[in-house]
Write a new protein. Structure first.
Lengths: 469, 460
């Protein structure tokens, strides 16, 4: 039995759930598992995706708002996420925490999460409870503000501060989540600052900020709604129109600053972080093509070939053969604007220092840049991605979330059904082209965690300057 | 400040529920003693296979804790035919995700693959279970990896709190008092011969059940099982049951020193009850109300009323013998005592008077309603069937589950709380900064306070 759901910042990584994709051999089966998709748009701009599946009496409701930490104004880092917590504090017709209670009483699971580019809210329920979820989501989209109070804001601010301590400040390496984007994106770029936010900025957030943020971003024309699972389309459409139809369109949101970035860092960036840890750990970032682009799929397969599962290049070389590392993995951030990040994440074995770790990882990456990956390595990566994709598609909530993703970023949820082809089109050559272009010394960012008491003076000196800005 | 009037009439009513039943499954038996359970589920071209062996951590010999986990993990690190790298390659070229683990009660090798790859995957499973090589190089590497994990644990407040909580909970003689995966002392002394001998004794057909869920018919699954496991032989060893005696009669506060910690990791609990206890259902529902759900008493109190924490929950860990009952949370250091006091109050309160009908119905309607959502994946169905095997539950267990839950009364909850929550036996573990937490915790008069280092050794 699950413990409980609670709102949190989440991030799909390679290990675990994930939702990438497919390949050549199993084409026939993939074609047969084509996911049915119907879309329409309400007068007020709400984009709706419906995807039927009647194998179990379960339905998933999934709502993405196209706003994330990238939209925060200076001095309000962490606000998008704090705001996400406030959405569980009731609305005009729902009391605080009653959202959770009503969904759980109905036998449903629920949560929300905040990311750099979007915020999502989702429920999976017995299918006869569909209208409850739609009503709840519509009520907070249309009528949140009457329920907002200073006391609720103060309590959620405390909760979020504790979330920050729990997930970052009191967790070994926990600060990587804000230090890596800070290192990899220029200071003026919307992806640079902390998603979780600083304690000072969280303390400064006011009810007025809540009202402004709500009016600007939580509007039907800035959201997509997806329903996946066991429902009758005509009935679902009637419910959606009844509950969301009356919500007025927004007045538009301020445009994001220019997100475009050059394809390379043009240097090897480095920051050293002394921390309460026992083993050094390296996060090695590479600027990579935006999520969804043709080149993105090569980057994604490259990440899997380098660090997904025990057969991947870095696990095999660094963990199994050379025994330099206790663990190694790789993943992409999946950012759809400006530039994405490919990250290699390696923890040292006891006895291996931070400097040696960085050198050895660089040695392996250099080798891949020089010689490329073998065709068998690319095939393995694609096969593993394929199975993970089908596995994740078993769950209505996961299908709905992916559909919302493609609707939000590309106005095109049908792209979920194209993923197979797009991954199938990735060749060893395209992966190796990506590697040659992007994994060189002129496009690396090292975030190095060093045990506090072992931090050699020189290394820390160099990093401390960068860290203290 | 006050919430606006709620117009309850506006809330949508559910339509009639559609029927759902847990996937049908069949049992088959091989002559050599291997049991097979197959649940055909044809939604997607996927299959999960879990090979369960009665070779869990409770089988570890005293002083060599961690043997069971090392043996399980080493199954995937090389067979007579393939070394570790090649074996991994053979699994992953099929796209199959495969894991080997030993928990307290059993070892399991489980795999999810596209159904077209199943024959090859099945044979690979047979190969790893029947012909592991235990090469010295891999034995040494996995021991070193476990030692690295233990080293990491010393700096990881959550894991450290969980591990030391178990140590302070159970008697020294109990296997449950030492980590499932072994500790520094035991890992150092385990050698290859002991691993091989554990494997030869425990990994036998009569101790093995193969659970299959997904896009396959029972006959086909049986055929594949016979092909991969049919000629396997060996005599069944006696089952080992853990000693689950508590270590202390009195309450105690155990502070693990982490200077300057911004938060305290807090664990409060005692030895619970075995999975097969007749009170399982009322205890489970009682725990949902106390700290199992987001809207449980403990979470609403600590998180939503006080803002002390990001989350607080309680759980009974279900094992063949009595696992822990524990309340877990992480709270701002300076209110550690206040948070602990609220937890104690909630434990007292649920023992003092019956919960409301509303609280009961929240818990039971959640557990009843969420039932189909728990079994959306082949892996979840296989895991549910594994629970039947591990605890010898009846085949109609999942068919009757929802009726059992719905029948629970508030009187049963009160009785369960009074019978199975023991305020006088609670142990409290805090990983935190003693300069902040020690004096306030002592002032609570909960029990004697002892400080420990991160290895669990008493410190000044």
């Amino acid at each position: 039995m699950a413990r409980y759901d609670s709102t949190c910042v989440t991030r799909a990584r390679w290990k675990g759930d994930v939702n990438r994709v497919p390949v050549p051999e199993a084409r026939v089966q993939f074609r047969s598992m084509h996911i049915p998709i119907v879309t329409f748009r309400l007068q007020n701009g709400l984009f709706v995706t419906l995807s039927e599946d009647h194998t179990a009496p379960i339905v998933a409701v999934n709502l993405w708002y196209h706003v994330g930490s990238a939209n925060e104004r200076p001095g309000r880092t962490g606000f998008a996420h704090l705001f996400e917590h406030m959405l569980f504090q009731g609305s005009a017709d729902v009391e605080a925490n009653e959202h959770f209670e009503l969904v759980q009483r109905a036998g449903g699971t629920l949560n929300g999460s905040t990311w750099l580019e979007r915020t999502n809210y989702f429920e999976t329920l017995p299918s006869n409870q569909l209208e409850l979820a739609l009503w709840l989501e519509a009520n907070r989209m249309g009528k949140l503000l009457p329920a907002m109070t200073q006391q609720k804001l103060d309590t959620q601010r405390d909760v979020v501060m504790n979330e920050r301590r729990w997930s970052m400040d009191n967790q070994p390496y926990g600060t990587w989540m804000e230090k890596l984007p800070a290192l990899c994106f220029p200071e003026t770029h919307p992806f640079h600052h902390s998603l979780m936010g600083s304690m000072d900025d969280l303390a400064a957030a006011s009810l007025e900020d809540v009202a402004k943020f709500f009016e600007t971003y939580y509007t039907p024309d800035n959201a997509v709604l997806t329903i996946a699972g066991d429902f009758e389309p005509g009935e679902a459409r009637r419910m959606i129109e009844a509950h969301f139809g009356p919500i007025p369109r927004g007045k538009g949101k301020p445009p994001l600053p220019n997100m475009t970035l050059p394809p390379l860092f043009d240097q090897w960036k480095r920051e050293v972080v002394p921390d309460d840890i026992m083993l050094p750990r390296l996060f090695l970032g590479f600027r990579s093509p935006v999520f969804g682009s043709k080149e993105y799929y090569a980057a994604s397969v490259c990440g899997a070939a380098l660090g997904l599962r025990n057969g991947s290049r870095l696990r095999r070389r660094l963990v199994r053969e050379r025994q330099i590392a206790a663990d190694a993995s790789a993943f992409t951030y999946d950012l759809a604007k400006g530039a994405d990040l490919l990250v290699v994440d390696v923890t040292a074995r006891p006895g291996v220092g931070a400097e040696q770790l960085e050198q050895e990882v660089a040695y392996e990456i250099d080798q891949v840049v020089r010689d490329g990956l073998e065709a068998t390595e690319v095939e393995r990566a694609v096969a593993v991605i394929q199975t993970m994709f089908v596995t994740s598609m078993q769950q209505a909530g996961e299908r709905a979330d992916r559909l919302s993703l493609f609707a939000t970023y590309f106005d095109n949820p049908d792209r979920l059904n194209e993923e197979v082809e797009r991954y199938a089109a990735v060749t060893t050559e395209s992966v190796n082209n990506f590697i040659r272009e992007r994994l060189g010394e002129n496009n690396r960012a090292s975030l190095v965690y060093v045990p506090r008491d072992e931090a050699p003076g020189e290394l820390v000196g160099a990093g401390a300057a960068a860290a203290s800005q | 400040m006050t919430a606006p009037a709620i117009r309850k009439a506006e809330r949508p009513k559910p339509s009639g529920p559609r029927e759902y039943h847990f996937p049908r499954f069949e049992r088959r038996h091989l002559d050599n003693g291997v049991e097979l359970i197959v649940a055909p589920v044809t939604k997607l071209p996927l299959i999960t296979v879990a090979v369960l062996v009665d070779a869990g951590a409770v089988c570890d010999v005293a002083g060599r804790e961690g043997t069971a986990q090392l043996v399980a993990k080493l199954l995937l690190e090389g067979t007579e035919r393939s070394d570790g790298a090649e074996l991994t390659e053979r699994f992953e070229r099929l796209g199959a995700s495969v894991d080997a683990e030993a928990d307290w009660d059993a070892a399991a090798v489980s795999l999810t693959a596209l159904s077209e790859h199943l024959p090859a995957a099945f044979d690979l499973l047979g190969e790893v279970i029947r012909t592991p090589a235990f090469r010295v190089r891999e034995v040494d590497r996995l021991k070193a990896e476990r030692l690295a994990e233990l080293l990491q644990l010393r700096a990881e407040p959550r894991g450290l709190a969980d591990e030391l909580f178990s140590r302070f909970l159970y008697a020294q003689s109990s296997r449950y008092a030492r980590p499932e995966g072994g500790d520094e002392r035991s890992i150092e002394v385990i050698d290859r011969d002991q691993l091989v001998s554990f494997y030869e004794t425990r990994y036998v057909p009569a101790s093995t059940t193969i659970v299959v869920a997904g896009d396959i018919e029972a006959d086909r699954a049986e055929e594949l099982t016979r092909h991969a496991f049919g000629t396997w032989s060996g005599a069944k060893p006696t089952r080992v049951l853990a000693d689950d005696l508590p270590g202390r009669r009195e309450r105690g506060v155990h502070v693990i020193v982490k200077p300057d910690a911004p938060q305290s990791e807090l664990r409060i609990g005692h030895v619970g009850i075995p999975r097969n206890h007749p009170d399982f259902f009322p205890v489970n529902v009682m725990n949902a109300v106390l700290g199992g759900l987001f809207n449980s008493r403990i979470n609403l109190n600590l998180r939503e009323a006080h803002g002390y924490t990001y989350g607080a929950f309680s759980s009974f860990e279900w094992r063949r013998q009595a696992g822990p009952f524990v309340v877990s949370t992480a709270v701002r250091s300076d209110i550690t005592d206040a948070a602990a006091r609220e937890v104690l109050l909630e434990i007292d309160r649920i023992r003092a008077e019956a919960i409301s009908i509303d609280e009961l119905s929240l818990a039971t309607s959640y557990l009843d309603g969420v039932f189909p959502i728990r079994f959306e994946t082949t892996a979840a169905i296989a895991a549910a069937l594994s629970v039947l095997v591990l605890h010898g539950l009846p085949d109609d267990y999942y068919d009757r589950y929802r009726a059992h839950v719905r029948a629970i009364t508030t009187e049963q909850i009160l009785e369960a709380a009074q019978r199975h929550l023991h305020p006088d036996a609670l142990q409290m573990v805090v990983v935190g900064d003693p300069s902040v937490v020690r004096a306030p915790l002592e002032a609570m008069n909960f029990g004697p306070t002892t400080l420990y280092d991160t290895l669990g050794q008493p410190s000044a």
